[in-house]
Design a protein around this ligand. Structure first.
Ligand code: SAM
Ligand code: SF4
Ligand code: F3S
Length: 441
């Protein structure tokens, strides 16, 4: 009998990459992916622990599965990801419907864990073992099959920002061997990927025996099939000159720099243990703009961090006005278990909500202005797939903005010239005017 697996993914791009790689692995023991809950023999939930609601989402999801399968044979229920790592025993206690818990550093064991499941009742695999994981995964083909593919190059974090669970859920910083990454990139290129997004919780801290992220970008650039290279997520402390120079010398690096700043106030950055000041952030900004005026910045902001007063908040607003970030994310501070900030005195919730609204309005204003400035212009778009209703094509601009366009599905996987006809805050709408004439082997 065919075993069907339903995989649901929460959280960051690294979780998306992991879900795809988990599927590449379980295919070897006979699983086939399904998009329908009800026909699954195996339900896998890849979780995120970054903010509090994320954990509640997990229990909510399992509740839904329970309901769907009330009158059917129970599927094998597996929880992976950062909640699995952080709350392992706790989840098993709270939700006995779950059969297996597998943390992010144990995905190389997933096939054996599933096969052994019938013998044991509950299994918990939450060791930190990044080396074995990547060694195992590198022997299994990355079957992304997408025009834009993720490629994890680095995992874990040693920075211990006071608000963040990642050092606890993903373990210490680990950089994959350079040649292992290049082999995976080559394979992705041969399968039709046009864009590679290099991933890591601290992607610009990548270092394999002195080889850095800048070296990886230049090496991947040599694959003629690859036309776009991106990386995420970076820390300002690791934004070294060699990486800044990539923007001068690389033809394929995209001109959007995602560089989380979290706050515009030096006082708050210090309280957060971010290890840099605003002056250093602005210095990076100036250097990059000098290299290429067309570079835009996007960022992450945490609003309402304990200790944030009006003046600190205004510093954040002023930074946003100065840099004119596009495509950014802003979150309310959420106290996370095990972090230094867990028990700090929280700011009044209404004040936090008002500040978040203001920040989001300010970010939206810049985003809208940027999008409006593109109306009637022609931009390059990588067509990724069809829209859900199958009426249009969906792609992304060089700045990662969503673009909806009309056109034939034959354009999927190609970079095309698109005239922007109209726009709103989040999306550009346009029509293909001419196929981008760059030769693709
Ligand atoms: N490594 C990246 C960096 O140094 O900025 C961030 C990675 S983290 C997975 C993604 C984003 O989640 C962070 O940039 C931060 O804005 C947000 N985040 C992390 N912990 C949070 C918390 N406790 N409350 C609210 N947002 C949080
Ligand atoms: Fe979390 Fe990023 Fe700080 Fe690491 S550097 S602790 S991943 S916010
Ligand atoms: Fe979430 Fe873990 Fe990513 S906590 S944001 S899935 S690293």
């Amino acid at each position: 009998m065919v075993q069907k697996i339903f995989i649901k993914t929460f959280g960051c791009q690294m979780n998306e990459y992991d879900s795809n790689r988990i599927y590449d692995s379980v295919k070897k023991i006979g699983f086939v992916k399904t998009n329908k809950y009800e026909e699954a023999n195996c339900y896998l939930l890849n979780t995120c622990h970054i903010r509090d609601k994320a954990k509640e989402k997990v229990y909510h999801e399992i509740g839904r599965v329970k309901k769907i399968f009330r009158s059917k044979k129970k599927p094998l229920v597996i929880v992976t990801g950062c909640v699995a790592q952080a709350e392992n025993q706790e989840i098993l206690k709270r939700e006995p419907y779950i059969d297996l818990i597998i943390g992010p550093q144990s995905y190389h064991k997933i096939n054996n864990v599933i096969l052994n499941h019938c013998k044991k009742k509950k299994v918990l695999e939450t060791e930190f073992d990044a080396v074995s994981k990547f060694e195992y995964l590198s022997r299994i083909k990355n079957d992304s099959g997408k025009s834009s593919s993720f490629l994890t190059i680095q995992e874990g974090c040693d920075k211990f920002c006071h608000f963040c669970v990642v050092p606890f859920t993903r373990g210490p910083e680990y950089s994959r061997p350079f040649s292992q990454i290049i082999d995976e990139a080559k394979n992705l290129a041969s399968q039709g990927s046009k864009e590679i997004i290099l991933l890591g919780q601290n992607v610009n801290a990548y270092n394999d025996k002195g080889l850095k992220l800048s070296d990886l970008i230049f090496e991947i650039e040599n694959f003629k099939e690859i036309e776009r290279i991106r990386y995420t997520t970076s820390h300002p402390k690791d934004m070294t000159d060699d990486l800044i120079n990539v923007y001068k010398n690389s033809k394929k690096i995209m001109p959007l720099v995602h560089l989380p700043v979290q706050s515009g106030s030096n006082k708050i950055l210090k309280l957060m243990n971010r290890k840099h000041k605003i002056k250093e952030y602005l210095n990076i900004y100036e250097k990059l703009k000098k290299v290429n005026r067309n570079i835009e910045f996007s960022s992450d902001f945490i609003i309402g961090y304990p200790g944030e007063n009006e003046e600190d908040f205004n510093d954040t607003l002023n930074l946003i006005k100065r840099i004119k970030f596009i495509n950014s994310f802003s979150f309310l501070f959420s106290a996370r278990p095990g972090t230094v900030a867990e028990n700090l005195k929280l700011i009044n919730r209404d004040t936090c909500l008002k500040r978040l609204k203001k920040v989001q309005e300010c970010l939206a204003e810049h985003q809208l202005k940027k999008n409006k400035s593109l109306e009637n212009k022609v931009i390059k778009v990588l067509v990724e797939n069809q829209t859900k209703d199958k009426l249009n094509l969906f792609g992304r601009s060089e700045y990662l903005t969503s673009v909806i366009l009309d056109g034939n599905i034959k354009y999927i996987g190609q970079i095309v010239n698109v005239q922007i006809l109209r726009s709103n805050r989040n999306t550009l709408f346009g029509k293909i005017i001419k196929k981008f004439d760059k030769k693709v082997a």
